[in-house]
Design a protein around this ligand. Structure first.
Ligand code: PLP
Length: 365
């Protein structure tokens, strides 16, 4: 296979179970937006439900539609902003939606009703309202509009992944001050706030429902080592050695001659590139694993190929050998660090040209 993303569904299940063990009665909503953080939304969703998730969340209405089209039932929360068309689609998909303005609740009522989660912006500064009184009015309207159900009260943390940061506590207090009295008035309304980092960091953030995304894929929300959180990476990205060729001292490889061999060496050509999501900024700035050994990526990453320096004796590597770009010993966090970004962007950035192959601990799924 030219380029392949193997996705271990058994690892998703185990990660969800491991997160579930942190909970004391709260339900788990697995976030599968952006095609399951690049892992494949439908297969990830099924695995998460198998592992004990009872809710799914996406960002876009079309993502909810895709889950329903694949036959996935149960509660699906669309967390993102909705155009009128998106709102139609979300309601047709029988998804729960998020609101923080009265006109959204009215629009839901006019469309025959739906389940609404009211969002207080406690400090993220994106979606939701910062005005707790407005949020309360929206919740009251949802509870009193025919066909509309006030299903949840929610917020989202800005700094949960920054260990030791005090802002999480400030956001939590703002949320509690608003949501706890409202739940007294509207029993059965679910309170939810925690992303992966908050779930792992502070039980006080769990409330009735938690919304982990990145952790269910075995990616460390703190950008360190997922194993220290008891999480197992799910995705392996591989390609293969398509060509092995000598490169004499002074010869170069790739666009712009960004690698000029300082001495005689042997290069492997690996047919994966930024057209697959292996970013060009990894030029002269990554390692790959071949048969468990690290070799440096040299030269410019192009759209469809990259080159690897095997050293003067070719390191025992032959055409056809598998090349791992993400996998055991080479985590997505390392690639993210090289790119000065976060693991989320690495897996979300894999393009549709890379087939996702689901398996269960190596057995075809
Ligand atoms: C509102 C909301 N909740 C939960 C999540 C899941 O976050 P994470 O992947 O950090 O667990 C996200 C993702 O960005 C989100 O936007």
């Amino acid at each position: 296979m030219r380029a392949l993303a193997r996705v271990n569904l058994a690892a998703i299940e185990r990660n969800v179970r491991r997160l579930h063990r942190e909970l004391d009665g709260a339900e788990l909503c697995a976030v599968v937006k952006a095609d399951g953080y690049g892992h494949g939304a439908v297969t990830a969703a099924r695995a998460a439900l198998e592992g004990g998730a009872t809710w799914l969340a996406v960002a876009a209405a079309a993502e909810a539609t895709a889950l329903r089209d694949a036959g996935i039932g149960g509660r699906v929360l669309v967390m993102g902003a909705l155009t009128p068309d998106d709102l139609d689609a979300a309601l047709v998909a029988d998804a729960d939606v998020v609101a923080w303005r009265e006109d959204t609740v009215e629009a839901i009522g006019e469309r025959g009703g739906g389940r609404v989660h009211v969002k207080l912006d406690t400090g993220m500064g994106r979606l939701g309202t910062r005005d707790a009184e407005q949020a309360t009015r929206v919740a009251e309207l949802a509870a009193s509009t025919a066909g509309v159900q006030l299903a949840g009260l929610m917020t989202h943390f800005a700094t949960a992944d920054e260990a030791g940061d005090a802002f999480l506590g400030e956001q939590l207090e703002r949320f509690r001050a608003w949501a706890l009295p409202l739940r007294e008035r509207f029993p059965g309304t679910l309170l939810h706030a925690a992303n992966s980092a908050a779930l792992l960091r502070d039980r006080a953030t769990h409330f009735d429902l938690v919304r982990p995304g990145v952790a269910i894929y075995g990616l460390d929300p703190f950008q360190r080592d997922a194993a220290t959180q008891g999480l197992e990476p799910v995705l392996e990205l591989s390609s293969y050695v398509a060509e092995v060729k000598r490169c004499a001292a002074g010869e170069s490889a790739g666009y712009g001659r960004r690698f000029v061999a300082p001495s005689d060496t042997v290069l492997a050509t690996v047919p994966i590139g930024y057209g697959d999501g292996v970013r060009r900024a990894l030029t002269n700035n990554a390692d790959v694993l071949i048969d468990g050994r690290r070799f440096p990526l040299v030269g410019t990453v192009s759209m469809d190929n990259l080159t690897v320096d095997l050293g003067p004796d070719a390191g025992g590597v032959s055409r056809g050998d598998e090349v791992l770009l993400i996998g055991p010993g080479l985590p997505a966090e390392e690639m993210a660090g090289r790119l000065q970004t976060i693991n989320y962007e690495v897996t979300c950035g894999l393009t549709p040209r890379v087939p996702r192959r689901p398996h269960r601990d190596g057995a075809p799924a």
